[in-house]
Design a protein around this ligand. Structure first.
Ligand code: ADP
Length: 189
C-alpha cells in the first residue's frame, strides 16, 4: 500500500508551489482542486460556471461537486494512490469522503502568520485575490478548515511545518516531516 500526501495550509501559504515541487521530486500525481476548478472555468463546463461565481466571491464549491471531481481525478490519474492532494480536503465532509477513497495518509500543514498571508495574496493578483475576497477566504479557511486539521491531528497524522522563508528551505522541512510521517505510518498500517 502506498501513502498519499495531503498538503494543507491557508490561502497564500505556498502549498501550490510546494506541491508542484514535491510531486516532481517524489514522482507523485499532483491534484490541486483549485487548479481543477480553474480548468473547468477556462473550458466553460457546467461545473466551471457554478464554480466561477462561488470562487470569485471567496466561497467554497459545495462538497458534493468537489468530492465527485476528486474521485474522478484519482480514478483516472492515480488509481495506485501515489498522489499529493493540494487544497483538499477542506471540510469535514471531504475528510470523510476521502477516507472512502484512500487509506494511507500523511498530512503536512504549512504554517504562515496571518499578516504575511494577507500580504502575499494581495501581491499575487488572481481574480479572487482582491482585498475583500482575500479576507473572506481567510475567514472561511479559519472556520471550515481548522476542524479538518484538528481531525487529522487527533489521528496523529498531522505534521506542522514552518512555511516562512526560503522555498528550498521549506521544501527540506517538508521532506523531513515526510520521513518522520512515513516511519510512523509504516508502523501503523
Ligand atoms: P487558495 O488555497 O489560495 O484558496 P486554491 O487554488 O486552492 O487557492 O483554491 C481556490 C478556490 O477554489 C477556493 O477559494 C475555493 O473557492 C475553491 N476550492 C478549492 N478547493 C476546494 C475544496 N476542496 N472545496 C471547496 N472549494 C474549493
Amino acid at each position: 500500500m502506498d501513502i498519499a500526501l495531503i498538503l494543507t495550509g491557508a490561502p497564500g501559504s505556498g502549498k501550490g508551489t510546494q506541491a508542484t515541487h514535491l510531486a516532481r521530486r517524489h514522482d507523485l500525481t499532483h491534484l490541486s482542486t483549485g487548479d481543477l476548478f480553474r480548468d473547468h472555468i477556462t473550458r466553460d463546463t457546467e461545473l466551471g460556471r457554478t464554480a466561477r461565481q462561488l470562487i470569485d466571491a471567496g466561497h467554497y464549491v459545495p462538497d458534493e461537486l468537489t468530492n465527485e471531481m476528486v474521485r474522478d481525478h484519482i480514478e483516472r490519474n492515480a488509481p495506485d494512490g501515489r498522489i499529493i492532494l493540494d487544497g483538499y480536503p477542506r471540510t469535514l465532509a471531504q475528510v470523510d469522503f476521502l477516507d472512502t477513497l484512500l487509506d494511507g495518509l500523511i498530512v503536512v500543514n504549512l504554517v504562515v502568520a496571518q499578516a504575511e498571508l494577507q500580504d502575499r495574496l494581495e501581491r499575487r493578483g488572481r481574480s479572487d485575490d482582491l482585498a475583500d475576497v482575500v479576507r473572506q477566504r481567510l475567514a472561511i479557511y479559519a472556520t471550515e478548515s481548522e476542524p479538518v486539521l484538528a481531525a487529522y491531528r487527533e489521528r496523529g497524522l498531522l505534521h506542522d511545518v514552518d512555511g516562512s522563508g526560503d522555498l528550498d528551505e521549506i521544501a527540506r522541512r517538508i521532506d523531513d516531516a515526510l520521513a518522520t510521517g512515513r516511519s510512523i505510518a509504516v508502523d501503523r498500517f
